[in-house]
Ligand binder design. Structure first.
Ligand code: NAD
Length: 296
């Protein structure tokens, strides 16, 4: 299946959670998910816009295909409520697109911690369902430091580092975790940059830099949804197309016989260990969810 197979309801029966989905990249991904048959829950802090967007999808489809719940991704409680809501509304979660962004004081809490908390909660719900796919919207700023947007660069490097550390997840619970890394895309997010100062050299640089098409960003996300062998990978969305980003090779000393044996043993042990940890975490999580449902 490829991105261009329009009209094919490839995601019929699938449920997606999209954080930061009230507008921008998240919303563009939802358009395509719904077009391809998925049902979607939007989690965002923009409450009236989120509700409006969900209602518009439902009206167009003539049936319930979308729902909104106010979610601050920096809070565990909100992430849990979001995924639980998706389960109650549509029966489970197969896909999570983590697209929220805050350029201000919440930059690390939203861009980085929000992705980690969202992924951990998504894992619980997907593990119950037998697997799933998590796509984090990182940035080329998570791979390179072309401009000195230092805290933003750091927050996105952390997301790529997190994603690349999820290599054993398919073996543990059949969940894949990947990162899409776009260069500049014309969304409302950039208003945060442009309105800060008209003399900021970054504004001039940003305006002169080639932007990427939103359709290519959506294509990047769907590459990960379709290509089921992809895990712990970063796909750059550039003005001249999509390009895989391969991490720098390990230093030579990591290839000594001793290091190679340690790494081999680690992965052999880490998979059963993580399966056990996950099973215990799921038990605690289900009990917590049950008491939450009993109270509500
Ligand atoms: N626009 C770009 O040039 C660009 C480039 C590379 C990467 N990205 C990344 O793409 C993703 C989407 O950005 P966008 O350009 O669509 O921006 P956007 O501002 O249009 O969308 C971001 C969404 O996140 C929501 N949000 C903010 N704080 C939140 C919180 N605490 N909890 C839940 N939702 C919250 C916002 O309300 C908004 O709906 C971000 O992760 C961003 O860093 C954007």
């Amino acid at each position: 299946m490829t991105f261009s197979d329009s009209g094919v309801k490839y995601f019929e029966g699938k449920v997606a959670v999209v954080t930061g989905g009230s507008r921008g990249i998240g919303k563009a991904v939802i358009d395509e998910l719904i077009e391809k048959g998925a049902r979607v829950v939007i989690g965002d802090i923009l409450e009236s816009l989120g509700n409006e967007v969900a209602n518009a999808y439902n009206e167009k489809a003539g049936t319930k295909v979308a729902a909104f719940i106010r979610t601050d991704v920096s809070k565990y409680s909100d992430n849990k409520a979001l995924f639980q809501f998706a389960e109650t509304e549509f029966g489970g979660v197969d896909i999570a697109i983590l697209s929220a962004d805050d350029l201000e004081e919440g930059i690390f809490n939203v861009n980085t911690i929000g992705v980690i908390k969202g992924s951990k909660v998504a894992l619980m719900h997907m593990a119950k369902r037998g697997g799933g796919s998590i796509v984090c919207i990182a940035s080329t700023a998570g791979l390179y430091t072309v401009f000195d947007t230092s805290a933003y660069n750091a927050s996105k490097h952390a997301v790529v580092g997190y994603v690349r550390s999820c290599s054993i997840m398919p073996a543990v619970c059949n969940v894949r975790v990947n990162a899409v890394c776009p260069s500049w895309v014309a969304t409302d997010l950039l208003v945060g940059f442009t309105s800060s100062s008209t003399v900021d050299p970054l504004v001039e640089a940003m305006n002169a830099f080639p932007f990427v098409a939103m359709s290519d960003v959506v294509k990047g996300v769907f590459t990960f949804l379709y290509e089921e062998s992809r895990n712990a990978e970063a796909l750059m969305i550039l003005s001249d197309g999509l390009q895989w980003n391969v991490p720098a090779p390990l230093p030579a000393c990591f290839f000594s016989e001793e290091c190679v044996n340690v790494q081999k043993r680690y992965f052999e042990n880490a998979i059963p260990y993580s399966k056990k940890q996950l099973a215990e975490a799921l038990e605690r999580y289900n009990a917590e969810q049950q008491s939450f449902l009993d109270l509500s």
